[in-house]
Write a protein that binds this ligand. Structure first.
Ligand SMILES: Nc1ncnc2c1ncn2[C@@H]1O[C@H](COP(=O)(O)OP(=O)(O)O)[C@@H](O)[C@H]1O
Ligand SMILES: [Mg+2]
Length: 388
């Protein structure tokens, strides 16, 4: 079956569409990426998305409009992808744009509520493309006690499990998240969680200091030196010390955090500040690997079975300075840093591919959350279907 996977992440940079051939079922699915395209959000759409993520400044009417407007943008993206690839999909899996994600229950109206909200009206995509659309993947996992994230571990397990050694699969989107796959792991032995910021803080400080949406190829950071005092202070925060499962988003590393970050860096050289934001991502990953991943294999510390490879994906892989810092963090652990490109999957396409795979499972009435990753009580068939 040919499935179009549509992803827009917390960076709010735009829409990724992956055209994927999927066969088989469950963890034995086979996937072949046929084509992949990126469509940056038009500037005013990006502004509207970022404003909508800031609950204090969004009106209900604007949110309702944005839901439909994004549905149209997604439909256009799929249509353009089909035309360019000269392919027609039979199913769409659309993650949607997350406006709010709160993985942990907190008191609200006298109950304990965890919640998540992705927008981009799937009914519009279904009507315009003429095929069924699976959307709203995360609420299903939360309804059975999960944190609703991360969902990509399903794909990580399908693609990157290895019989002889462990792999750590790391996405560097707005947020960083990793999936640790021990050698010969069963799905319930996966450990996956958000490591902290990916590009989110780098993007925000680059925008603030240089009026650029991101630090292209890590050039600003390459000219600076990380400020150790600031890193030390931030890495003591609860999020980085907290045991997985754990999730993060703009709620943790958005505006408020960046304001605090800039305050801690006050008057430092601008390149040093970007270097510090970049090092925060690299160090938080190193910390997560040492603290929460390596101990997984301590008991069966047979040397050949250790975590040998670190496979990175997401827009952050284009940031050479960030990748260099990650290599430095992991070199003492004898871990080889690679990217999904080395395995034939373009690093910017991975999450879109994941939602094509998840939509396919749903269409076949198969579960695709990984309970050990999300904390769900059981596997669940994710999402909702909009019929054409
Ligand atoms: N050439 C590049 N140099 C540095 N960073 C880049 C480059 N291209 C993309 N990025 C980073 O990747 C981010 C987008 O990554 P993506 O994987 O799409 O994240 P998300 O899933 O959060 O949307 C951008 O915001 C930017 O920070
Ligand atoms: Mg993106």
């Amino acid at each position: 079956m040919i499935v179009a996977g549509v992803m827009s992440g917390t960076s709010a940079d735009g829409i990724n569409v992956a055209m994927v051939r999927v066969q088989g079922r469950g963890f034995r699915s086979r996937i072949e990426l046929l084509a992949h395209y990126q469509f940056p959000y038009p500037a005013e759409a990006r502004r509207a998305v970022l404003a909508a993520m800031n609950a204090n400044s969004a009106s209900v009417a604007d949110l309702a409009r944005l839901n439909f407007a994004l549905g149209k943008l997604y439909a256009e993206a799929v249509r353009t992808a089909q035309r360019r690839a000269r392919l027609e999909c039979e199913l769409v899996g659309c993650h949607g744009q997350t406006l709010y994600h709160q993985g942990n229950p907190a008191p609200f109206l006298g109950r304990h509520i965890a919640c998540t909200w992705q927008i981009g009206e799937a009914a519009i995509i279904a009507a315009q493309i003429g095929v069924p659309v699976v959307s709203d993947f995360r609420p299903t996992d939360m309804a059975v006690g999960g944190k609703g994230a991360p969902l990509v571990p399903f794909l990580d397990y399908v693609l990157y499990r290895h019989r002889r050694y462990g792999r750590i699969v790391q996405n560097l989107g707005g947020i960083g998240n990793l999936t640790a796959i021990p050698p010969r792991a069963l799905p319930e032995q996966l450990v996956a969680f958000d490591t902290g910021p990916g590009n989110m803080v780098i993007d925000a400080v680059t925008a603030h200091l240089f009026d650029k949406p991101f630090d292209r190829n890590g050039r600003f950071a390459a000219r600076g030196q990380p400020i150790e005092r600031v890193l030390h202070e931030l890495l003591r925060r609860r999020f980085f010390r907290q045991k997985p499962p754990k999730t993060a988003g703009r709620e943790q590393f958005g505006r408020e955090f960046v304001r605090e970050f800039l305050r801690l860096c006050h008057r430092a050289d601008e390149n040093d500040i970007v270097a510090t934001a970049t090092a925060l991502t690299a160090r938080s990953i190193g910390l997560a690997v040492r603290k929460f991943v390596l101990p997984l294999l301590e008991s069966e510390a047979a040397k050949p079975a250790r975590f040998r490879e670190f496979v990175a994906s997401g827009g952050g892989t284009k940031n050479a300075t960030l990748m260099g810092m990650i290599r430095e963090e992991l070199a003492p652990l004898q871990m080889r840093v690679r990217t999904t490109d080395d395995f034939g999957l373009p690093s910017e396409a991975k999450e879109a591919v994941a939602f094509a795979l998840l939509a396919y499972q749903t269409w076949r009435h198969l579960p695709s959350n990984v309970p050990s990753a999300t904390g769900a009580r059981r596997p669940a068939i994710l999402g909702k279907v909009s019929y054409a």
